[in-house]
Design a protein. Structure first.
Length: 348
């Protein structure tokens, strides 16, 4: 069993609070993605788990054993760094073999394992090359292969695909997920790419300024974000937030549309995703200021009143620039937030 329990982990750099009491439980064999904008503390948390950084307060447990007081080498975790640390004076083969050599594994096992993981990351043709002569993307794959070769119980990955081109990234993403599932590895994977997070994760922990704001399945986070920060961070283009005011208790008006909402509020924000509306005879009023055909759909943007309002419509919708239209929301998909941005459950 290699479940991970992170309890109240807190870290400051000088007067800057990088992590503010992080609590997180990752199940055995789970693939957990830490998602957040640059500087929110993702790498710091991963480095604390790996033992490359020390927390000011808090504990880290793996498989029921407290590990935060152990040295990094005694924690039996593998880590792939954001800036791929490969040894330039070693060949690709020896770089990948590094962990296996440390474990003093017999040569035939080392050979077989290195060849196997090299094939997974498409490096089999480069095994004799010195790592100093590789491109960034190739070096990143060497780092990945080295971590996979030792079949760790826990894999910590910090943006391991960031230097790959779009196609290779897609391919490696799918491969990574199946490799780690097959090896029954518990994984914490850091990224700021929400599409990558959605596609890889069993659960996503969304971080913001040193705090985990929401931790749930990708679908639940997409459907029921706890606040406007998470709602705006997941999904592209982001969710629209329309100021709505109550015309009577539980009936709100937003962009000319009246609809049922939570009881007991006068002002709220109505959240609706661009993909959850279609053109109709009634709905939110919208002026098609920008019309961008994207292939599967057409992105329509209203830029009036400085509040951007977007809809992703089926590409069969024919519109002309500046046209006034009504956008009918899928009422099941409407979400409500307080003006401060906290989610409110609709009771009606
Ligand atoms: N050794 C350090 N000394 C001082 N400040 C640091 C140190 N390491 C990190 N920080 C600060 O702590 C905050 C969190 O850094 P961290 O590297 O964890 O961010 P991140 O979420 O991984 O960002 P990115 O997506 O850009 O990699 C940042 O504001 C960073 O500048
Ligand atoms: Mg980072």
């Amino acid at each position: 069993m290699a479940n991970i329990a992170i309890q109240n982990v807190t870290k400051s750099f000088g007067s800057y609070d990088a992590l503010k009491g992080i609590g997180l439980a990752v199940a055995d064999q789970e693939f957990l993605v830490l998602l957040g904008a640059s500087g929110c503390g993702k790498s710091t948390l991963l480095r604390i788990i790996a033992g490359l950084e020390t927390a000011d307060i808090g504990e880290v447990h793996v498989g029921g054993e407290r590990i935060d007081q152990l040295q990094a080498k005694d924690r039996r975790l593998a880590m792939v760094f954001q800036n791929y640390a490969v040894f330039p004076h070693l060949t690709v083969f020896e770089n990948i073999a590094f962990g296996l050599r440390m474990q003093k594994r017999p040569q035939e096992i080392v050979s077989a394992k290195v060849n196997q993981v090299a094939r997974m990351v498409h490096l089999e043709a480069l095994l004799d090359r010195y790592s100093g002569q590789l491109s960034g993307g190739q070096r990143q794959r060497v780092a990945l292969a080295r971590a996979l070769a030792v079949e760790p119980r826990v894999m910590l990955m910090d943006e391991p695909l960031s230097n790959l081109d779009a196609l290779l990234r897609l391919e490696m993403r799918a491969e990574l997920k199946s490799i780690l599932a097959a090896s029954k590895t518990t994984t914490i994977y850091v990224t700021h790419d929400q599409v990558e997070a959605m596609s890889l994760a069993d659960r996503i922990a969304v971080m913001h300024q040193g705090v985990i704001v929401q931790c749930d399945t990708p679908l639940e986070i997409y459907r029921n974000p706890v606040n406007t920060f998470v709602a705006g961070f997941i999904g592209n283009p982001p969710m629209n937030f329309i100021p709505a005011h109550a015309v009577q208790d539980g009936i709100f008006e937003a962009r000319g549309l009246r609809l049922h909402g939570p009881l007991g509020y006068r002002e709220l924000l109505l959240g609706i995703r661009p993909e959850d509306m279609q053109v109709g005879d009634a709905g939110f009023s919208c002026q098609a200021d920008l019309i961008e055909p994207l292939g599967p759909n057409v992105l329509v943007t209203d830029v009036q009143d400085s509040a951007v309002f977007r809809a992703a419509l089926s590409s069969t919708a024919t519109l002309s620039k500046g046209q006034s239209i009504f956008l009918q929301p899928d009422l099941e998909r409407v979400r409500w937030f307080t003006p401060e941005g906290q989610s409110v459950k609709s009771e009606s």
